[in-house]
Design a protein around this ligand. Structure first.
Ligand SMILES: Cc1cc2nc3c(=O)[nH]c(=O)nc-3n(C[C@H](O)[C@H](O)[C@H](O)COP(=O)(O)OP(=O)(O)OC[C@H]3O[C@@H](n4cnc5c(N)ncnc54)[C@H](O)[C@@H]3O)c2cc1C
Length: 345
């Protein structure tokens, strides 16, 4: 017997889950395919950061994205009972006096004023001779709590299909997949989109990221996220997350010892106490040259869509553009031209 749904989502990372939230919120019937692998999203740090911490700038729609994410998290709380935002700011360790001066100068800029605090912080647990700048409105997501609760909720409501979606069995002209019939299907597979014969050509490039889970001999202060070369912050199990690296070249599916060494050395440089590496994880960010996500419709099949290219900002991009995509799917709202797949055609 054929089962009929409005939407199918393929994937279970930020892109897929934030879109699923839109469907839940608006009472749409849908099914989400998960193959049960650890997504890039699940190894992400969970940073929600409106500032670019290299040269102290911000990015397109940063304030709108932060506001929208807060809103979404309140909506999700209504059905999972949890808010996964950990409202502890990012503290950026200054390398020298010059950086501090630059921060101060930038904090007067209209666009940066809301994000770069003029109040500096001095920490005791790490080396920070030039103090740290506080990123206002930054926070982090409880990544493991978010995914585990969302997947449990989806399963309990029968939205979940725990199997790998097999592209060969999709019949786009009939809008069917095996014994399912659907109105529209959205592919949100991260880097695995390269295996998707309908969207393999979209210009996403993998950027591999490693992080360490470490045990610190002396805990860090107040649950802050501290950023020197990478981010460090406490996890729920008492260990700390330190990462992630960026690598476009070493893209094999194994742990890269060079990345691990880089991380270990960078941590030893600013954390003056003993630590032990407990685990190493990695994932592949789907990045796009123009640093914008990719949303849109297949040029030939009007019922096939892609949602990808979230880059290094999976949480903010995933949430914000899932709303745009939802209104496009349901109300024919225009996809922002800057993120529309059509910009490459
Ligand atoms: C080390 C690291 C740290 C990061 N830190 C941050 C951070 O702090 N903040 C932030 O915002 N972003 C961060 N990111 C970036 C973020 O993780 C990515 O932007 C995001 O994960 C991309 O999400 P996605 O949903 O597009 O893809 P993914 O997370 O890769 O999810 C795609 C999922 O689809 C599944 N799938 C694929 N094909 C199929 C199929 N045929 N059938 C069924 N399932 C399928 C895959 O198994 C996978 O689980 C980080 C990334 C890395 C690697």
């Amino acid at each position: 017997m054929t089962k009929s749904v409005e939407y199918i989502i393929v994937g279970d990372g930020y892109a897929a889950i934030f879109l699923a939230h839109q469907f839940i919120k608006n009472n749409k019937s849908f099914l989400l395919f998960t193959e049960g692998k650890k997504s890039a999203s699940m190894v992400s740090a969970g940073m929600i950061n409106p500032a670019v911490l290299k040269r102290f700038t911000t990015f397109w729609l940063a304030q709108e994205q932060i506001d929208s994410l807060k809103n979404t998290m309140t909506e999700i709380e209504q059905y999972t009972g949890q808010n996964y935002l950990i409202e502890k700011p990012i503290l950026r360790v200054f390398h020298d006096e010059k950086e501090k001066e630059l921060w101060l100068k930038k904090s007067d800029d209209e666009n940066l004023k809301p994000f770069l605090s003029k109040d500096f912080v001095k920490l005791n647990s790490v080396k920070n001779p030039f103090e740290c700048g506080v990123v206002n409105q930054s926070a982090r997501l409880d990544v493991s709590g978010f995914f585990s609760d969302m997947m449990n909720f989806l399963e309990s409501q029968n939205y979940l299909i725990k199997e790998k979606f097999d592209y060969q069995l999709l019949k786009p002209n009939d809008s069917t997949y095996k014994d399912l019939s659907f109105r529209k299907i959205i592919f949100a597979e991260g880097m695995a989109v390269k295996e998707n014969p309908f969207f393999a050509e979209i210009p996403v490039h993998q950027n591999k990221g490693h992080h360490l889970e470490v045990q610190l001999s002396v805990p860090l202060e107040d649950g802050f996220t501290i950023k020197k070369k990478h981010f460090i912050f406490p996890l729920n199990n008492g260990n700390y997350y330190y990462g992630g690296t960026y690598d476009r070249e070493q893209i094999h599916h194994k742990i890269d010892d060079v990345a691990v060494e880089k991380l270990t050395n960078a941590l030893a440089e600013f954390y003056p106490h003993d630590f032990e590496v407990k685990e190493v994880k990695f994932g592949f960010r789907p990045t796009v040259k123009d640093r914008r996500p990719i949303l849109g419709n297949h040029p030939e099949f009007g019922n096939l869509y892609v949602f990808n290219g979230l880059g290094a900002r999976g949480i903010l991009n995933g949430n914000y553009f899932s709303i745009n995509l939802y209104h496009h799917l349901e109300n024919d709202e225009e996809i922002h031209p800057e993120v529309d797949l059509k910009r490459f055609q």
